[in-house]
Design a binder for this molecule. Structure first.
Ligand code: PMP
Ligand code: GLN
Length: 387
């Protein structure tokens, strides 16, 4: 029999995160592959989830999301960015940012429509576009500074461009798009009458005073921008899968039409808990970033001491390094062998590219781990040099 999997999904197989986490488990490796923290987030948030479960909030929440989370998302956008939203029509709660991305692409793209995105891209972008029968058009960001190349970005647009799928701060590079880069993206989107779908899940995880600029806050962009975020990163609750989409009411309604038939609703008791999180004082948000910045510094220093060339990230959970000095010639096979060889798991950047030769030896390491865990990983990596 032919493969049971539809052709457009055949290139996707099992995600790199699942593969590398399985290898990490098998070999007892320090897992700097899949990005999830090894400590809990704010106690208030955890307690609110327990209270919601014990308080009987265990049935289907409303299709849009629980009212206090809709209100909290709208209040958060106004408090941090001055973006005003009607919580009832301009906010939709989803099963994590992942569902928000898939539902948005499925809602907005006809088969054959083109979606512009930057490479390396988060893996679900390519899969989401494939699900919708869309066509991916990419602009490559190159190590070590990952700056946007205007010529290449312009070339990715055409009269079939339906949307730009942007991610700032950016996974896997840790890049925060600059105002000038965002202005260029927005200008091209306007010229081609395209939507901008912007994944801002790392909005609060910025370092060294870097400022995250939400696309929807830029002049003339609110009417053509759908913004996606999630509570997973900010509150260290990646397993709760509470995400959201905000934007013009008609577009949010379109996404909801699709979302209803993906999960209908999800994460009932976790929704009010994330609402509590979004309302916490500013120092909680800056504290998360400060902790991560320290962890970044520990890992960057360790990787450098091991002889790697590192692109220092200004945000997110991730650092990209060139593993050639450790003998890597192909990042995928290097990462596949690493858990067994030295007991560390990481992710090859090549899998986030259409053209894997764009980043043959780049490896992504997650630093959302306790400093002692990062130091142990670095000690193990150093064995590659001595051994
Ligand atoms: N977008 C990006 C850029 C991510 O890194 C992730 C996952 N960590 C997601 C979306 C998915 O978020 P969620 O876990 O809320 O589905
Ligand atoms: N977003 C996480 C990462 O980039 C992983 C999420 C997943 O496993 N799909 O590591």
């Amino acid at each position: 029999m032919d493969s049971p999997l539809v052709e457009r999904m055949r290139p996707f197989g099992t995600t790199i995160f699942a593969r590398m986490s399985a290898l990490a488990l098998e070999h007892g490796a320090v897992n700097l592959g899949q990005g999830f923290p090894d400590t809990d987030g704010p106690a208030e948030v955890l307690r609110a989830a327990v209270a919601a479960i014990e308080g009987g909030r265990n049935q289907y929440p409303p299709g849009h999301g629980v009212p206090e989370l809709l209100d909290a998302v709208a209040a958060h956008q106004e408090r941090f960015y001055g973006i005003r939203l009607d919580p009832r029509s301009q906010v939709l709660v989803t099963a994590g940012a992942t569902e928000a991305i898939a539902a948005t692409v499925l809602a907005l793209c006809e088969p054959g429509d083109e979606v512009v995105m930057f490479e390396p891209y988060y893996d679900s972008y390519a899969a989401g576009v494939a699900l919708a029968g869309g066509v991916r058009r990419t602009c490559v960001l190159r190590f070590p500074d990952f700056a946007v190349d205007e010529v290449s970005l312009r070339a990715a647009f055409s009269d079939r461009t339906r949307m730009v799928l942007l991610n700032t701060p950016h996974n896997p590079t840790g890049k925060v798009f600059t105002r000038a880069e965002l202005d260029l993206v927005c200008r091209l989107a306007r010229e081609h009458d395209a939507w901008v779908v912007t994944d801002e899940v790392y909005e609060h995880l910025t370092f060294d005073g870097a400022t995250h600029i939400p696309v929807a806050s830029l002049p003339g962009m609110a009417e053509r921008t759908l913004t996606i975020s999630s509570g997973g990163k900010t509150f260290s609750t990646t397993g709760w899968k509470v995400g959201w989409v905000t934007g013009p009411a008609e577009a949010v309604a379109a996404v909801r039409t699709v979302k209803q038939f993906l999960t209908y609703v999800a994460s009932g008791p976790f929704q009010p808990a994330i609402a509590v999180g979004l309302g916490l004082p500013d120092d909680v948000f800056s504290g998360v970033a400060a902790t991560l910045q320290h962890q970044r510094d520990v890992l960057v220093a360790g990787l450098r001491a091991t002889g790697l060339t590192v692109s220092v990230p200004r945000a997110t959970y991730f650092v990209v390094a060139d593993a050639a000095p450790l003998g890597a010639t192909d990042a995928l096979s290097f990462c596949e062998s690493l858990p067994e060889r030295v007991g560390v798991a990481a992710v090859p950047v090549s899998v986030f590219h259409d053209d894997p030769t764009a980043a043959p030896t780049l490896v992504r390491f997650a630093f959302c781990k306790r400093p002692e865990v990062l130091e142990e990983a670095v000690r193990r990596l150093a064995e590659l040099r001595s051994g």
